[in-house]
Write a protein that binds this ligand. Structure first.
Ligand code: OGA
Ligand code: NI
Length: 353
């Protein structure tokens, strides 16, 4: 990626500001209380933590965690292997290019809101195979399986990725437990939705960009799944739209921390108590950047709707139920084209008031 092709250029109102507002506000949460044995069976021990998580979900939709239990060496291994993979020539990487039959693998022409992103990605599924609907058509009941595409090089990428994903999955389940408690629900309330998960991990590589004021690494968007657990390197570039005033706030890299954000599904489950927040990635002209998000997604047959325990006459469900599998396949398959229309969004399922 040399010169900036017009496909990458954002409309003026979406271009990044070059003066950076660093996040004082995105909460940093210490998960150490969870590391005590049986912490979840001692409500007192994690009471403060549950309150912090609840406030962060409500006020920001984003937070960082430390003492999260994911071993540092596993994170370093996947990051090193990812850098080796992206350092290869484009022809090598394109050998495992994503296509309509296999929606994971390498991709370097991702669009967000129809503007090309200044990045290249490698996606892999956490469950192999992952069971999904064969098509986004609501009447089509056929199911299919998705399989991963691993590159020849570096050969260790597969093993370190599988190892890493197990650790991040454990962290994600703990976080869902805390989120459930913060909503006044039992700790294991969300657990069964993830039994046949459709989660995937993305390796994001952002090369230096000659015109960082015109393009974005990833354009503004919300994450469509339940929860995102993101590792970013020391370069930084992730910006979050602050709920109080709509300002774009940079999430300052904290060594070895994870950035957690609420996705659209939690927004629907919580009936808008915890909103999925817009974010984007700025690039810079000097440094490349690597990030590794884990997208924690439920089974494809999950009907996503506001939880009954959280709705009543005074607070009726704000969304109609929708099929997660159909939503996911719609998103994944539409990624292949530059769409004329807007992508599928949860507000399409909103009940009008
Ligand atoms: C994403 C995303 C942020 C980052 O891939 O959905 O928001 O920092 N990535 O790379
Ligand atoms: Ni995102």
């Amino acid at each position: 990626m040399g010169e900036v092709d017009p496909a990458f250029i954002q409309d003026p109102e979406h271009r990044p500001k070059l003066s950076i507002t660093e996040a004082e506000g995105v909460p940093l949460i210490d998960l150490a209380p969870l590391n005590a044995p049986d912490s979840f069976s001692d409500p007192k021990a994690i009471e403060g933590l549950v309150r912090e998580i609840g406030n962060a979900c409500k006020d920001w939709g984003f937070f960082q965690v430390i003492n999260h239990g994911v071993p540092l060496h596993k994170r370093e291994k996947i990051e090193t292997a990812a850098r080796k993979f992206f350092a290869q020539p484009l022809e090598e990487k394109r050998k495992i290019r994503r296509d309509e039959k296999c929606v994971v693998g390498y991709y370097d022409t991702e669009h967000t809101k129809n503007v090309r992103d200044w990045n290249e990605v490698f996606d892999f599924l956490v469950e192999e195979p992952t069971l999904v609907p064969a098509s986004p058509e609501p009447e089509d009941k056929e199911e299919t399986q998705w399989f991963n595409k691993w590159p020849e090089n570096p050969p260790e990428l597969r093993e370190v990725s599988e190892d890493y994903s197990q650790e991040v999955e454990k962290l994600s389940l703990k976080l869902m437990g805390l989120i459930a408690l913060s909503l006044g629900l039992p700790e294991d309330r969300f657990k069964s939705y993830f039994k046949d998960q459709t989660s995937f991990i993305r390796l994001n590589h952002y090369p230096p960009c000659p015109s960082p004021q015109l393009a974005l690494g990833v354009g503004r968007h919300k994450d469509g799944g339940a929860l995102t657990v993101l590792a970013q390197d020391e370069v930084g570039g992730l910006e979050v739209k602050r709920k109080t005033d709509g300002e774009w706030i940079r999430v300052k890299p904290t060594p070895n921390a994870y950035i957690i954000n609420v996705g659209d599904i939690i927004q629907v489950w919580s009936n808008d108590k915890y909103e999925s927040v817009e974010h984007r990635v700025m690039v810079n002209s000097e440094k490349e950047r690597l990030s590794v998000p884990f997208f924690f997604n439920p089974a494809h047959y999950t009907q996503v709707k506001p939880l009954e325990e959280l709705t009543n006459k005074q607070n009726p469900a704000k969304y109609r139920p929708y099929s997660w599998g159909k939503f996911l396949t719609h998103r994944k398959l539409s990624n292949f084209k530059k769409l004329k229309a807007e992508n599928l969004q949860i507000y399409h399922f909103r009940v009008s008031e």
